[in-house]
Design a protein around this ligand. Structure first.
Ligand code: ATP
Ligand code: MG
Ligand code: MG
Ligand code: MG
Length: 466
């Protein structure tokens, strides 16, 4: 059976409405919850229902939520992670039970009227001590050898550092032996996680304690791009209908064919498809480029997209072409994209041309510096800092270009130079009254910067310790 993204989305929401859930529109990518930088799961907008400060008349809710996960930005090269994605979900705030949630999930994915997935290719994982979930799956015919127990990291879910959390059970699809991987939950793509059923029952506090929530809840999330790829018999998120149309646009703009050139051009095509879509949705929700918080995430994504367009040899400004394709493909579902199209175009164009100029100047300097280095030598932190300071050339781009040429960047020295610069700014600001006022801003911006983009924080990037 084959289904389009739009068909899956509509069928899911309708299925849960029939079960008595109330249909909610996606909330904005800008969460109401101040502890959260960007919406990262369907349950975000229902937090108060979980905590019991709000009650719902219906037995639960269903939605298709826009999500953005900065922690996955480093993973865009793989087959299953996007920065922006759509999450289908069904929710209960004491209304229906864990048994119902499991029964309905199994019905939806296996019934020929809905997804009709073959049962022998489905695998479930549960939290290590959750015998109840094992017995529930088994009661519907899932064999014990298709159910495994996983620990806290995989199967205990929390929306954030505090708030509702609990054990979960995830559903995996076996994509077949041509994919790498031995078991659900490993790093391979053979067993692809596509739906997470969370049984939220605790409310984690600042001090780490976990009192019970007022009732036992259900919070599920199914990645729409993942299930679309499965339903379209594709091994990657990027090859379902929606993402593939953006890959195709990149092919057209660059003249580079996907899966026909090199891994690095494929990766650039994926980054472009992903980042351009994320950027379009972020601006559509009113986020503007800036140097902190979510505006910083936007700026980084946008600039990285522009940079990868360059790598692919795309000439001139091109990012609004992507935005138009995103709106073409998803505007029926997300009408804000249509309503805000001129805003989206304007912001993208301005940022793209500003960054284009930066790139030209910075790239010339960086190329000259890299030419001077011996094979495998490390690029000095001072040069990286100068690129940042003089040309506004983002450090992650410096690293990406340097690493592509086989050089690591001395990040300790770069960080040191950044710290010294902040210190100098602070001291000069202390000298007079005007400076004192500036100092307040400096402190404030430090504070805001603590919500800074952490998408590139990883221990090991292409063999370079950071
Ligand atoms: P993974 O282990 O693959 O990173 P996850 O366990 O972090 O996924 P959950 O927090 O359980 O994901 O989110 C629920 C569902 O949302 C996942 O089962 C998956 O289908 C989808 N999902 C999560 N992260 C992404 C992403 N970066 N891109 C696309 N879909 C995603
Ligand atoms: Mg994840
Ligand atoms: Mg997972
Ligand atoms: Mg999961």
């Amino acid at each position: 059976k084959t289904m389009t993204t739009a068909e899956i989305r509509a069928d899911f929401l309708h299925f849960f409405e029939e079960k008595g859930c109330k249909l909610y529109a996606s909330s904005s990518l800008i969460p109401e919850d101040p502890s959260l930088l960007l919406a990262n799961a369907g349950m975000n907008q229902f937090k108060e229902y979980y905590q019991g400060t709000k009650t719902m008349r219906e037995i639960g809710a269903t939605s298709c939520q826009k999500c953005l996960r900065t922690n996955d930005i480093d993973n865009i090269g793989d087959a299953r992670h996007l920065s922006f994605f759509e999450m289908l979900g069904n929710f209960s705030f004491g209304g229906y039970s864990k048994a119902d949630a499991i029964a309905w999930a199994y019905e939806f994915i296996t019934s020929p009227e809905h997804l009709g997935l073959p049962k022998d290719r489905l695998y479930m994982t549960v939290y290590e001590n959750d015998d109840e979930a094992i017995e529930l799956w088994h009661s519907h015919g899932v064999e014990y050898d298709h159910i495994s127990r996983l620990g806290e990291e995989d199967n205990f879910w929390a929306a954030g550092p505090t708030g509702p959390c609990g054990p979960c059970s995830e559903i995996y699809f076996d994509q077949g032996p041509e994919f790498e991987g031995d078991a659900p939950g490993d790093d391979g793509d053979r067993y692809l996680e596509f739906w997470n059923l969370v049984f939220t029952q605790y409310d984690r506090q600042e001090d780490g304690s976990m009192p019970d929530l007022p009732h036992r809840n259900i919070d599920t999330g199914m990645g729409l791009e993942r299930i679309a790829a499965i339903m379209q018999h594709k091994g990657s998120n990027y090859e379902g209908d929606v993402m593939r149309s953006l890959i195709s646009l990149g092919e057209k703009l660059s003249g580079v064919e996907y899966h026909a050139s090199s891994d690095s051009t494929d990766k650039s095509l994926r980054i472009l498809a992903d980042h351009s879509r994320a950027v379009t949705f972020m601006i559509g929700d009113g986020i503007l480029p800036s140097n902190e918080g979510r505006g910083y995430v936007l700026r980084r994504l946008l600039r990285r997209a522009v940079y990868h367009g360059r790598l692919l040899g795309i000439q001139g400004a091109f990012l609004t072409t992507y935005a138009h394709e995103v709106t073409e493909v998803l505007g029926d579902q997300y009408t804000a994209l249509v309503e805000n199209q001129s805003l989206i175009d304007g912001i993208i164009s301005a940022e793209e041309s500003r960054f284009g100029a930066t790139l030209n100047a910075g790239e010339n300097m960086l190329d000259a510096e890299l030419d001077k280095l011996g094979e495998g030598a490390t690029l000095s932190g001072e040069v990286a800092f100068k690129l940042h300071d003089t040309y506004g050339f983002p450090i992650d781009l410096t690293r990406e270009i340097a690493e592509a040429a086989g050089h690591c960047v001395d990040m300790d020295a770069f960080d040191q130079a950044m710290t010294e610069q902040k210190e100098r700014a602070r001291q000069s600001a202390n000298r007079d009254a005007w400076g004192k006022a500036n100092n307040v801003w400096a402190a404030l911006s430090d504070k805001l910067a603590s919500t800074e983009f952490c998408g590139y924080d990883s221990d090991d990037v292409d063999g370079c310790k950071v």
